[in-house]
Design a protein around this ligand. Structure first.
Ligand code: BGC
Length: 731
C-alpha cells in the first residue's frame, strides 16, 4: 500500500511536470504570434453590467472583445450568456484566445452558505472545503472559471465592514481556512469542468485599515506583515492558488498595486507564487488620488513595473501601455511575462482545448441549488451558529412552549444571504418563521416589532402583546445585510434603529428573552448580554438560515460554533483581540499607572474561541510529557475533557502557546492547534497535542522564521480566555 502511494505521488509529480512543459511550449508559441495590442488585451479585464434579467455587456465592451482588446470579463454568468460572449472572442479574434470569466463567488454561488466570518466559527475545515467545492460546482456550471476568493485578510477591527468576508482575527486558523477554501474551489485539477481558479485577496494588509474605515491607510511593520497578515496568503500559495488580487491600501507608503516589494520580493521571490496578479477594481487608477502617481499613465507604468499582470476595470493598460513602451517606461519583457502568466491560467483551465467546456446548460440545471447542495448549506449553517449565553437552560426550546417570535429579522429573507452573495437569489432564502412553525405548529406568534433602522414605534404594541401572551420570546435583532461588506464601515456597533429599545421594553415584561442575532461583524451589545436569557449568534447563515436556526433553537442540533473574532464591550476598546502584546505595564486593577481605561474594563464581552453548548465540558489541568524540548524534538501536551452535561455535544479544544521572552516581544498567547471532539453525556476523552519547534517559531527582526530557546507557556481550554497552563523550556 505504502509503495503504491509513493508510486502515485511520483507519477503525479511527473504528470504535473509534463503538463507544465506542454503548457509552457504552447504559451510560448502563442505569445510569439501576438501583436502588442493583443498582449495588452489579455491584460485587460472588464465587468459586465446588470439588466433586470441578468448580466449584459456594454456594446463597446462587446466590440472590444471582438477586436481582442479584452481578455477577461467578470460579473457575467449563466451557461448561455457566457457561451454567447465566448463565441464573440473565439469566432472573431485573430488568435481565437478564449475569454476568462470571473466572479465574486465568496460564500456560495446560488446556494448560499454562511458568510465567511460566520462559517469560520464552525472551525470545521472539511466543511469549509466542502462549501467552496459546492460553490465551484455551481459557478462553473454557469460558465465561470475564476472566483475572487478566498478573502483572507486578518481583521481585528469590527468597525471595518469587510471583517464579514474573512475568517476572523487569527492568523493560524485563518491560514488553515484559507488553504481549505482554495482546495475546495480548485478541486483536484483546474482542468476539470467543475472547478474554479481561486484568487486570494486582498494582497496585502487590507484588514488593517486605520480606524476601521474601508479603503483607509494602513501602517504596519514588515514584521507584522510577515507574522500576522502574510501567513494566510502563504497558505494559499502553498495550496496552489491560481491568482492573487492586490489591495486598495498602501503598504510602507506605496499603494499595494504599485508595490514591487509586496508583489515581486515577497509574493514571487519569497513565497514562490507562480500564478498571475490582478488588481482590485480600478486600483491602478486610484494610485493618482493616493498621491503616488501623477496621472493614469504613470500609474499604469508603476503597476506593471511592480509586477501586476491584469488590470481590473481601470482600462489603464488598454489606454496607456503602448505609449509607455514606446517611451521606454515599461519593458516588453514585463508585458510578455504578464501575458505568459495569464495564458498559462487559461491553459490550466483547459480553455484552449474547449473554450465552452464550462457552458453546459444541462449540468447547470442539474447542479445549481440541487437538494444535496441545500442540505449541505443547512448542515454547515447550523455548525456556524455560536451560542453566546444560555441562562437556566432557556434553550433548547420545547415544542410545547408558546413562542412570541419578534423582530425585523424573524421573517426577513433579504438579509439571510448577506453581502457578496454572488448569484444568490434572496427570495429563495428560507426565513426563521416558517421553519419554527414547522417544529411547533400553532405555537408561534409572529410580530415584526420594528424596522431594522428607522425609529417608527408603530409595531411596538403588537409585539408587546405577543410577548406578554407567550412563554418565551425569541427576538431576532441585528444589522441589515448591507451594513457589512465593502464600503460598510460603522463607527457605532450597537443595534441600529430602535431595536435596543424594543429589547428593553420586551425584557421588562419578565419573560425569558432569547436574542437571535443576524449580523456581519461583532456588535457591542453589553445590555443584551446582561439581560437576555439566551443569546445566539447566527451571522447571515445563507439560503437555509431559517431551518438551520430552528434546528439549533429546538435542540435538533446542539450548537458547537466558537467565535473567530473578539466581541468588544464598546467601540472605545477597539482594537481588542486575544493575541495582543503584554506591554511594559500590564493591567493591574490596583495600580493606576498600568495599561487600562478609566471607564471600561480591558477584557472583551466575548473572547476569541468562545462558544457554549447545550451540554457542559470540564477540562483537567494541562500535563506535559517533558519539561524540556531539544532541537528537533517534541513535547506532548494533554488534557482530559469530560462532558458533564445532559446532551451529546461537540467541543473545540484549543491549544495556545506563549513565548515568554523573545528577541522581539511576543503576543500573550497564540493559537497553535485545535481538535474537535464529540462526547456523550458522562463521556471523557484525553486530547493530546504534539508541539514541535515550528509551532514556536516566528519571523524575527531580520524576517527569519526561527524558534528561540527559552521558556514557553502551553495553554489549553475551550476558549482563549479560560485555559489551564504548563511550561517547558526550548533548549
Ligand atoms: C472588491 C473586491 C472584488 C472586486 C470585484 C472590489 O470592489 O474590493 O473584493 O473582488 O470588487 O467585484
Amino acid at each position: 500500500m505504502k509503495h503504491l502511494l509513493t508510486f502515485a505521488i511520483i507519477l503525479s509529480g511527473f504528470l504535473a511536470q509534463a503538463h507544465a512543459q506542454d503548457r509552457d511550449a504552447f504559451v510560448e508559441k502563442l505569445l510569439g504570434q501576438m501583436t502588442l495590442d493583443e498582449k495588452i488585451g489579455q491584460m485587460t479585464l472588464f465587468t459586465s453590467d446588470w439588466d433586470v434579467t441578468g448580466p449584459s455587456l456594454r456594446p463597446q465592451y462587446k466590440d472590444d472583445i471582438k477586436t481582442g482588446k479584452v481578455g477577461a470579463v467578470f460579473n457575467a454568468y449563466t451557461a448561455k450568456y457566457t457561451r454567447e460572449l465566448q463565441r464573440i472572442a473565439v469566432e472573431n479574434t485573430r488568435l481565437k484566445i478564449p475569454l476568462l470569466f470571473g466572479y465574486d463567488v465568496i460564500h456560495g454561488h446560488q446556494t448560499i452558505f454562511p458568510i465567511s466570518l460566520g462559517e469560520s466559527c464552525s472551525w470545521d475545515l472539511q466543511e469549509m472545503e466542502a462549501s467552496a467545492r459546492i460553490a465551484a460546482e455551481e459557478a462553473s456550471a454557469q460558465g465561470l472559471h475564476w472566483t475572487y476568493a478566498p478573502m483572507v485578510d486578518i481583521a481585528r477591527d469590527p468597525r471595518w465592514g469587510r471583517i464579514s468576508e474573512g475568517a476572523g482575527e487569527d492568523t493560524y486558523l485563518g491560514s488553515l481556512i484559507a488553504a481549505a477554501r482554495v482546495r475546495g474551489f480548485q478541486g483536484k485539477s483546474l482542468k476539470d469542468n467543475n472547478t474554479l481558479a481561486a484568487c486570494v485577496k486582498h494582497y496585502a494588509v487590507y484588514g488593517a485599515a486605520q480606524a476601521g474605515r474601508d479603503y483607509h491607510t494602513v501602517d504596519v511593520s514588515r514584521q507584522t506583515l510577515y507574522n500576522t497578515y502574510l501567513p494566510p496568503f502563504k497558505a494559499c500559495v502553498d495550496a496552489g492558488v491560481a491568482s492573487v488580487m492586490t489591495s486598495f491600501n498602501e503598504f510602507e507608503g506605496i499603494p499595494a498595486t504599485g508595490n514591487s516589494y509586496l508583489i515581486e520580493d515577497v509574493l514571487r521571490k519569497d513565497l514562490q507564487f507562480k500564478g498571475f496578479v490582478v488588481t482590485d477594481y480600478t486600483s491602478i487608477n486610484e494610485m493618482v488620488p493616493h498621491g503616488y502617481s501623477k496621472d493614469d499613465k504613470q500609474a499604469g507604468e508603476q503597476a506593471l513595473n511592480a509586477g501586476v499582470d491584469m488590470d481590473m476595470q481601470g482600462g489603464i493598460f488598454m489606454n496607456n501601455t503602448k505609449k509607455s513602451l514606446e517611451e521606454g517606461k515599461v519593458t516588453e519583457k514585463d508585458i510578455n511575462d504578464a501575458v505568459r502568466r495569464i495564458l498559462a491560467a487559461k491553459y490550466d483551465l483547459g480553455l484552449f482545448e474547449d473554450p465552452y467546456k464550462y457552458c453546459d446548460e444541462e449540468r447547470e440545471k442539474r447542479v445549481v441549488m440541487s437538494q444535496a447542495n441545500l442540505d449541505a448549506a443547512r448542515r454547515i449553517a447550523r455548525k456556524s451558529v455560536v451560542l453566546l449565553k444560555n441562562d437556566k437552560e432557556t434553550l433548547p426550546l420545547k415544542k410545547t412552549q408558546k413562542i412570541a417570535l419578534i423582530g425585523p429579522f424573524a421573517n426577513d429573507k433579504r438579509s439571510l444571504i448577506g453581502s457578496w452573495s454572488a448569484a444568490g437569489d434572496w427570495t429563495k432564502a428560507r426565513p426563521l418563521l416558517p421553519a419554527m412553525q414547522e417544529y411547533a405548529p400553532g405555537k408561534i406568534t409572529y410580530s415584526k416589532g420594528c424596522n431594522i433602522s428607522d425609529d417608527s414605534l408603530q409595531y411596538f404594541s403588537l409585539a408587546l402583546k405577543a410577548a406578554q401572551e407567550s412563554d418565551v420570546v425569541v427576538l431576532c435583532l441585528g444589522e441589515q445585510w448591507d451594513m457589512s461588506g465593502e464600503a460598510a464601515s460603522r463607527a457605532r456597533l450597537g443595534l441600529p434603529g430602535i431595536q435596543q429599545q424594543l429589547f428593553d421594553r420586551i425584557q421588562m415584561l419578565g419573560k425569558p428573552v432569547v436574542v437571535v442575532l443576524m449580523n456581519g461583524r461583532p456588535l457591542c451589545i453589553p445590555e443584551i448580554d446582561a439581560k437576555a436569557a439566551a443569546v445566539v449568534e447566527t451571522w447571515y447563515l445563507g439560503t437555509m438560515a431559517g431551518p438551520a436556526i430552528a434546528d439549533v433553537l429546538y435542540g435538533e442540533y446542539n450548537p458547537s460554533g466558537k467565535l473567530t473574532v473578539t466581541f468588544p464591550r464598546m467601540e472605545g476598546q477597539i482594537p481588542v483581540f486575544y493575541n495582543m502584546k503584554n506591554t511594559g505595564r500590564p493591567f493591574d486593577a490596583n495600580n493606576k499607572y498600568t495599561s487600562k481605561y478609566l471607564d471600561a474594563p480591558n477584557d472583551p464581552l466575548y473572547p476569541f474561541g468562545f462558544g457554549l453548548s447545550y451540554t457542559a465540558f470540564a477540562y483537567s489541568p494541562v500535563t506535559l510529557d517533558k519539561t524540556a524540548m531539544t532541537a528537533g524534538g517534541k513535547v506532548r501536551a494533554s488534557v482530559t475533557v469530560s462532558n458533564i452535561g445532559k446532551y451529546t455535544g461537540e467541543e473545540t479544544v484549543q491549544l495556545y502557546i506563549r513565548d515568554m521572552v523573545g528577541s522581539m516581544t511576543r503576543p500573550v498567547k497564540e493559537l497553535k492547534g485545535f481538535r474537535k471532539i464529540t462526547l456523550k453525556p458522562g463521556e471523557k476523552q484525553t486530547v493530546t497535542f504534539d508541539i514541535d519547534e515550528s509551532m514556536l517559531a516566528f519571523y524575527n527582526h531580520e524576517l527569519e522564521f526561527r524558534a528561540e530557546p527559552g521558556t514557553f507557556q502551553v495553554m489549553i481550554g475551550g476558549n482563549s480566555a479560560q485555559t489551564s497552563s504548563a511550561t517547558f523550556e526550548l533548549q
